[in-house]
Design a protein around this ligand. Structure first.
Ligand SMILES: NCc1[nH]cc(CCC(=O)O)c1CC(=O)O
Length: 312
């Protein structure tokens, strides 16, 4: 088969790492296939200092890549699953989810060992309302300060002394070779991750069935079912990665255990729900845990946040 696979990718270090990773796996499994990268600059990358909600909200990074697929300028787009919107455009779908890297949040600091070691009033950098809510619930004294940019930029801002500590996804740090910068991996009880965190997914045209077959070599069934439950929860709450929704599923034998959380950004309230179901009922489990959160008042918290984003 003399097939070519063109990978649309953003130019950030993490996006390029993920695209190269997929390229290497495809080349190893299918030596006859030519794989190339099609780097693109997205609007989100050009406006790194603006709050995401102000420049197009969720899915901003993904849209340009999807356009490239729909216009047949590329064949696949490689995504961090936590950034992928719940719905796909007509003609595109997710056809592969790779094995998950460490899903936890990481505490990174040049002076302090972990969250508990931070002095009163310490400045912690994150732009994630999900992380902020959980940090403040534990440590209401902390000052949370806005921090965006790619992984390298965020580390540089920490090193410049602007923050006492920053919180990042462990997966991004590990992939880029910054694993030794992690001072403490935050347990999921301490910081429940974002749905899909640490997992890489591959989107392509629904019509390209030959490609779907070629991608199967990288699909990880465990990760796929876990992320499917997490995304079902997010979808039911209409959540993207800019809202204080956390969820995390693990597979124990054939049973899924899903934990979910919706938090007030100031940490004054954290709603939690959890449950178990057979792996075959992953999506129903996600919906059930989301319903539990809604019954506790998650709708009100989220509506307030969507209202704020709308005004921005
Ligand atoms: N929202 C940005 C983003 N998207 C994916 C990752 C990390 C890697 C992953 O979760 O797969 C990050 C950076 C971060 O949150 O620290």
């Amino acid at each position: 088969m003399s097939r070519e696979i063109r990978i649309a990718t953003r130019k950030s270090a993490l996006a390029l790492w993920q695209a190269e990773y997929v390229k290497a796996r495809l080349e190893a499994a299918h030596p006859e296939v030519r794989v190339s990268l099609v780097p693109m600059v997205s609007r989100g990358d050009k406006l790194l200092d603006a709050p995401l909600a102000k420049i197009g909200g969720k899915g901003l990074f993904v849209k340009e890549l999807e356009t490239a697929l729909l216009e047949n300028e590329a064949d696949i787009a490689v995504h961090s699953m936590k950034d992928v919107p719940m719905e796909f455009p007509e003609g595109l779908g997710l056809y592969c989810i790779c094995e998950r890297e460490d899903p936890r949040d990481a505490f990174v600091s040049n002076r302090y060992e972990n969250l508990a070691a931070l002095p009163a009033g310490a400045v912690v950098g994150t732009s994630s309302l999900r992380r902020q809510a959980q940090l403040l619930a534990r440590r209401p004294d902390l000052k949370i300060q806005f921090l965006r940019g790619n992984v390298n930029t965020r580390l540089a801002k920490l090193d410049a002394g602007e923050y006492d500590a920053i919180i990042l996804a462990a997966a991004g740090l590990i992939r880029l070779g910054f694993g030794e910068r992690i001072r403490a991996s935050m347990g999921v009880e301490e910081s429940l991750p974002a749905g899909g965190q640490g997992a890489v997914g591959i989107e392509c045209r629904t019509s390209d069935t030959e490609l779907h077959q070629l991608l199967q070599c990288m699909n990880d069934a465990d990760t796929a079912v876990r992320v499917s439950a997490e995304r079902a929860l997010n979808r039911h709450l209409n959540g993207g990665c800019q809202v204080p929704i956390a969820c995390y599923a693990v597979l124990e034998n054939d049973e899924l255990w899903l934990r979910g959380l919706v938090g007030q950004p100031d940490g004054s309230q954290l709603l939690r729900a959890e449950g178990r179901a057979p792996a075959a009922e992953a999506q129903a489990l996600g919906v059930r845990i989301a319903e539990d959160l809604l019954a506790q008042g998650a709708g009100k918290i989220l509506a307030d946040i969507y209202g704020e984003a709308g005004k921005a």
